[in-house]
Structure formats: structure tokens, C-alpha cells
Write a protein that binds this ligand. Structure first.
Ligand code: OGA
Ligand code: MN
Length: 207
């Protein structure tokens, strides 16, 4: 029994995630959230299509727009819409579950929708860097129903040195990827179709 609505299923899911983070440091889960929630998020993203803004690189002082680095358009998620509220609640349960198992001290979660038009990409980068203190655990949830396996758009995770590919993930609907933000340079390859996701970060208090 491993339904995402079943607390027992959730506990064993969190065990599996914690084991992976303590081991290789990343995990790809095929469909950990309820399908109805994924559909609610897709609908919510659809409603917000016109308010997405080109993503910047860096934050605060060194924020800049540079489409040669990343070409997605984003919208930060705020509670309000029922699906978004349910998603943030689910992620908060995950945050607590991970803290109980690994004592990471994750204290909050920030996330945005990301839409890549065909051809858009995000060059190899790290999520935890100067402009983003405190990012500890990265999450990506894919919202592409009927993803074509030859469309490209994979997420590629590299080893810490940024040399060897560890894994390539097709952005198929409902898939959730988690990886330690500091340890894995990664990139988003261009796709031949629209590519939608929610990228998020659990943060620790910056020292
Ligand atoms: C990011 C990112 C990966 C993806 O937004 O920082 O790396 O697969 N996204 O969308
Ligand atoms: Mn990233």
C-alpha cells in the first residue's frame, strides 16, 4: 500500500527519500503525489500563463536576465488556490519527515512554476550559490502530460566536479526529483515541446 493519501505509505516514502539523500544524495520518484493534485496544479498553471515572467539569474544584488543562461519564465507559488495549498502542505509534510530522519534543519520551502518554450534551456548551474544562501534540498515536479520520449528536455545531474553525468530525467508528468542543492551541478536540455514544472528549494537558516 503506497498511496500518497495513506499516512503509512507516506512514512515509507519518506524513509525511501531519506535513505537516498543520505546515500547517493538524489532520488527520482515516478508518481509520489496524488494524480488529482497534479491535475489541479496543471490547471492552476494554465490560469496563470499570462503572469509568468522571464527568470533571472542570481538574486538581489547580482540579479540579471540572461537568456543564454536560462530561458524559462517563472511564477512563484503562493497559497490560495486549493491545489497550490495542498501541494505546499504536502511539501511541508515532506520537510518534517526529512528533518525527523536526517536532522537537516530544513525550515522553509520556496517554489516557482517554470515554463520553458520549445528550444529554451538552463545551462549547467548549482542551486546553492552566492545569491541564494540556505538552499539545501532542491525539488523539481514535472507537469507535462503526454511527454514525448524523443522531445528532449531532460534534466541532467552531474557529479560534484561537474564532469560526469549521473542521471538524465525526462520531465514526465508527476515525476518528482530531489537532490542536495550543494552537491550536484545540473542542467535542463532544450526540448521540442513546451516544458512545465515546479522547481523548489527547502532552505536552512543561512549562517
Ligand atoms: C532550476 C532547475 C530543473 C528542471 O530551476 O534551478 O534546475 O528540471 N530546474 O526543471
Ligand atoms: Mn537548478
Amino acid at each position: 500500500m503506497n498511496s500518497a493519501n495513506d499516512p503509512v505509505g507516506l512514512e515509507s516514502l519518506f524513509d525511501q527519500i531519506a535513505d537516498a539523500l543520505a546515500g547517493p544524495g538524489f532520488i527520482v520518484l515516478d508518481q509520489p503525489l496524488p494524480g488529482s493534485l497534479i491535475q489541479g496544479l496543471i490547471d492552476n498553471l494554465h490560469q496563470q500563463q499570462n503572469s509568468l515572467k522571464p527568470a533571472g539569474v542570481g538574486r538581489q544584488g547580482d540579479y540579471q536576465l540572461d537568456q543564454s543562461v536560462r530561458g524559462d519564465a517563472i511564477q512563484w507559488l503562493e497559497p490560495g488556490d486549493p491545489a497550490v495549498t495542498e501541494f505546499l502542505y504536502w511539501m511541508d509534510k515532506l520537510r518534517l519527515g526529512i528533518n525527523q530522519r536526517l536532522f537537516l534543519g530544513l525550515f522553509d520551502y520556496e517554489c516557482h512554476y517554470a515554463v520553458y518554450q520549445p528550444g529554451a534551456f538552463y545551462q549547467k548551474h548549482r542551486d546553492a550559490f552566492r545569491g541564494n544562501p540556505g538552499r539545501k534540498l532542491s525539488t523539481v515536479l514535472y507537469l507535462n502530460s503526454g511527454w514525448d520520449p524523443v522531445a528532449g528536455g531532460e534534466l541532467v545531474l552531474y557529479d560534484e566536479a561537474g564532469a560526469d553525468q549521473l542521471i538524465r530525467v525526462a520531465p514526465e508528468c508527476g515525476k518528482l526529483v530531489l537532490f542536495l542543492s550543494e552537491d550536484f551541478p545540473h542542467e535542463v536540455l532544450p526540448a521540442t515541446q513546451l516544458r512545465q514544472s515546479i522547481a523548489g528549494w527547502f532552505r536552512i537558516k543561512p549562517v
